[in-house]
Design a protein around this ligand. Structure first.
Ligand code: GAP
Length: 448
């Protein structure tokens, strides 16, 4: 990237962070105390967007399929889970310390890290002397109960997947699903990242949307390809610019300890191409290890097979916060209109936090009363917003910047024929509709 392109992208991230604060998407955590590194709070619009993204994923992965069940396992799990899964011994990142400024960096991400004393330089360029790399375990540890000794150590889960594996038998037996079938879960995960950063891209507390699909070992490669296709279609349905999406296959030195094969879907963020979601062939690694350690038979059998077998797992692992950041980056747009620079957040109606705003054109002649009725009507079905303050052009501009895809305006004609204008944020076209037509239009745009 040229220095000018880098500056432009840095500026874009700065503008996005400040828009998120101004419009109530994302705030620094504990801000009145100076904030807490890598922790962020989702505001009124951010929490709606986050919920909509999770619902969009849940709908695609469970409601629209017959072969995937949902689960909500606890964050705190038996410590043996993490010993058995290999996370206690192997969930490490290599770390180096700077002898000059005492900062700590991920040894494999030095080029993209910044020196705290010279932020324009990486630790490779700032002149500081670095230590040899050491392994650093990423799991957060705490104690369960009133006694703080080695027998009470417990971990905050670093991935949601293990909650699925230890519930494999429970879900299979209670749902009577037959292989191939999957278990989907959305939930918080925690990693004591050495170098968090890039806003909500890499944080220490984040949310995952993961699905584990259990298959016969002879069919793992076929299912791996099927899930790669499905996950690509998901981002198409979310309306993401496909030129900014690409696949990255993990080389042997990148593969996680549990994976036979892995591909990331990467997105071109303003700070470069980065992992958005992983599709992993985890083989029978996890179920096999848990079967051995727990002495519970986790093998599968039904009348279609001659032998019992440990299912292979194809995993799709996405981060909620990272997907939300992608939605915001992909939606951010600036346009000059009549000499004024205007910002548009072109978020798909499917996940937009507010689906429509309702305005009376002016605050008189019965228009506010009529618009209030429209608002109350639409509110029964959608997240809508009522605004009567300021010129209508300014109200449109506020909603464009907040990511609202449609504005419904009650004007003089409404009082005569019960039609109102529906303005599309992206085309700026205005169409006259009755409230019943607005409802049907919004339903169609949201459900797709
Ligand atoms: N169960 C497999 C697993 O956890 P991963 O690639 O380590 O795989 C899956 O994580 C996804 O979780 C990533 O693609 C990313 O979207 C999200 N993720 C991982 N670490 C994160 C972090 N520190 N901050 C935000 N999101 C993260």
């Amino acid at each position: 990237m040229t220095p000018m392109a880098k500056q432009k992208n840095d500026d874009l991230m700065d503008k996005l962070v400040s828009l998120c604060k101004r419009r109530g998407y994302i705030f620094p955590s504990s801000e009145i105390y100076g904030g807490l590194t890598s922790c962020w709070d989702y505001g009124p619009l951010g929490s709606e967007l986050k919920r909509n993204i999770k619902n969009f994923w849940w709908d695609a992965m469970t409601n629209r399929r017959d072969d995937i069940e949902g689960l909500d396992a606890s964050i705190l799990m038996h410590p043996k889970v993490w010993e058995t899964s290999g996370h206690v011994s192997g969930f490490n990142d290599p770390m180096v310390d700077c002898k000059t400024c005492k900062a700590r960096f991920r040894a494999d991400k030095l080029e993209e890290s910044r020196c705290p004393n010279k932020p324009s330089k990486s630790p490779l360029e700032c002149g500081g002397e670095l230590t040899e790399a050491r392994q650093f375990n990423l799991m957060f540890r705490t104690h369960m109960g009133p006694v703080e000794d080695s027998s009470s150590i417990i971990y905050l889960r670093p991935e949601t997947a293990q909650g699925v594996y230890v519930n494999f038998l429970n879900v299979k037996n209670s749902s009577r699903q037959k292989i191939p079938f999957g278990i989907a879960q959305i939930g918080k995960a925690f990693r004591n990242e050495i170098t968090p950063g890039n806003f909500i891209f890499r944080t220490r507390e984040f949310e995952q949307m993961e699905m584990q699909f259990f298959v016969h070992p002879d069919t793992d490669e076929e299912w791996f390809e099927t899930w790669r296709e499905e996950r690509w279609k998901y981002y198409q349905a979310l309306g993401i610019n496909e030129e900014k999406l690409r696949w990255h296959e993990h080389g042997p030195d990148e593969l996680a300890h549990y994976a036979k094969k892995a591909y990331d879907i990467e997105y071109e963020f303003p700070f470069g191409w980065q992992e958005l979601e992983g599709v992993h062939n985890r083989t029978d690694f996890d179920l096999g290890r848990h079967m051995e350690a727990s002495k519970k038979d986790l093998r599968y059998f039904d009348e279609r097979f001659t032998d019992k077998f440990i299912p292979y797992v194809i995993e799709t692992a996405a981060g909620v916060d990272r997907q939300l950041l992608m939605v915001l980056c992909d939606a951010y747009d600036e346009m000059e209109i009549k000499g004024e620079k205007r910002v548009f957040l072109r978020i798909s109606p499917r996940v937009a936090p507010i689906k429509a705003a309702v305005f009376p054109l002016v605050k008189k002649e019965g228009m506010p009363e009529y618009a209030q009725k429209v608002y109350q009507d639409l509110k029964k079905k959608f997240k809508v917003f009522y605004d009567e303050s300021g010129a209508v052009g300014r109200r449109y501009a506020r909603m464009d910047e907040a990511g609202c895809p449609f504005c419904v305006t009650v004007d003089g004609q409404t009082l005569e024929d019960d039609t109102m204008t529906l303005r599309d944020r992206d085309s700026m076209d205005q169409t006259r509709m009755t409230v019943a037509e607005v409802t049907a239009f919004l339903e169609q745009k949201i459900s797709g």
